[in-house]
Design a protein around this ligand. Structure first.
Ligand SMILES: *Cc1c(COP(=O)(O)O)cnc(C)c1O
Length: 419
């Protein structure tokens, strides 16, 4: 199927049978501490369907060699599969061209690439990079590094009490010194879905490009980078039911073409001499060294799988889980949900008065339930919320309302033990 046809087919609703889909994920079929595993840490990393496991297995058993170099058959097969994976990513996010899809290790590397290759050569002392209070460390620290290197300043859009961006402050902070806006599409702590289209339009009205950290959005929503008109979009394979160590930087071709390479080495060159090296075309200019070949192929398989299930159906299922969890968790005495945005994805942070989130996570683990507790790599946000940490349940396509009931029961037990 062409990327476009795939892109259209993923919008078709398909019958969503969660029990049948669960059987696609072999890891879910196990006991933890004598209880059936309930995996609610999808915001940190999601589990892999058989289709992904088998694609990686197939690659190493039958079609593995280094890519883009050999003229021999295995190298040709590996190159074909690797480049097909790039085409699948292109279709999945509706990029205009496959050369706009750069394979990287993950969201973190993608953002560092933009910080060093796009921002660094352009920034002057006093220029500003605009981020938000709800960013993951991966969308804070790369900008701090480039600010240190150039004398640019980091400005931060605050959030309101619901955990939404204060757009009136955004409009004020956007100014003639702003050189880039970088923000998360969906918050990994609050679940907030940011109004990125509006934010991008305002930035573009001033000629400022926008990078979206899509690490949390990509598994939960249909992403269309052309409709969003974002300049850069970063995400990781491992949160999209694919392998870790592979991720994607999407960039508009016109911007990527003007950017110097980030890493130097093999694959990214056209000719090398000691006097002068000329660089390869997009996307290879940014893919120095042997890439994560099986990882890209596994990511392509994850995308095929998600297209078969249907992203629209997945999003609808997850919205049901979010509504159900929000109501069910509210019945737990002294439990407070952190992040009450009007538009949320299936990520629910919470605290229970008088109980440390780490203790909550430890006790529910005894009931076979995996939730995360901590600062979720967003220490400035947690500090702004005035909390030491939160517990977080994040739902994927294979989670069920029965699992949420079991979480609530385990939380009641934890609360009674600890207060
Ligand atoms: C997980 C996450 C990242 C970092 O992703 P890596 O795969 O660790 O590079 C960045 N931003 C957000 C919002 C995330 O949830």
């Amino acid at each position: 199927m062409s990327p476009l046809a795939e892109n259209m087919s993923r919008t078709q609703p398909s019958a969503f049978d969660v029990e049948r889909l669960r059987r696609d994920f072999p890891i879910l079929d196990q006991q933890v501490h004598g209880h059936p595993l309930i995996y609610l840490d999808n915001g940190a990393s999601s589990q892999k369907p058989l289709a992904v496991i088998e694609a990686i297995d197939h690659c190493y058993r039958h079609d593995y060699a280094n890519v883009h170099r050999g003229v021999h058959t295995l190298s040709e097969r590996a190159t074909l599969a690797f480049e097909q994976a790039r085409g699948k990513v292109q279709g999945f996010i509706n990029a205009a061209g496959s050369e706009e899809i750069i394979f990287v290790r993950g969201t973190t590397e993608a953002i560092n690439l933009v910080a060093q290759s796009y921002a660094r050569p352009r920034l002057q002392p006093g220029d500003e990079i605009l981020i938000t209070e709800m960013e993951h460390h991966s969308n804070i620290v790369p900008w701090q590094l480039v600010c240190e290197q150039t004398g640019a300043l980091l400005r931060v859009v605050p959030i309101n009490e619901l955990g939404e961006l204060r757009l009136e402050r955004y409009a004020e902070l956007l100014n003639a010194r702003t050189k880039l806006v970088a923000l998360t599409h969906i918050s990994n702590v609050l679940g907030t879905v940011n109004p990125v289209r509006e934010i991008i339009d305002q930035a573009h009205a001033r000629g400022v490009p926008v990078l979206l950290d899509g690490a949390q959005a990509i598994p939960h929503a249909l992403i269309d980078v052309q409709a969003l008109d974002c300049d850069f979009y970063a995400f990781s394979g491992h949160k999209l039911y694919g392998p870790s160590g592979i991720g994607v930087l999407y960039g508009k071709r016109a911007l990527l073409e003007k950017m110097p390479p980030y890493h130097g080495g093999g694959e990214m060159i056209r000719t090398v001499s000691f006097e002068k090296t000329t660089y390869n075309d997009l996307p290879y200019k940014f893919e120095a060294g042997t890439p994560h070949i099986a990882g890209a192929i596994g990511l392509g398989a994850a995308i095929d799988y998600l297209n078969r299930v249907g992203m629209t159906a997945i999003a609808a299922h997850e919205q049901q889980l979010l509504t159900y969890a929000t109501e069910a968790l509210s019945t737990v005495k002294d439990l407070r949900i952190i992040g009450q945005a009007r538009h949320k994805a299936s990520i629910v942070s919470f605290v229970i008065a008088g109980v440390h989130p780490h203790d909550i996570a430890t006790i529910v683990d005894q009931h076979g339930i995996a939730v995360r507790a901590g600062h979720h790599c967003a220490m400035p946000l947690i500090k702004r919320l005035g909390l030491p940490a939160t517990a977080r349940a994040s739902f994927a396509l294979y989670n069920t309302t029965e699992e949420i009931d079991r979480l609530v029961q385990a939380l009641e037990i934890a609360r009674k033990m600890l207060t």
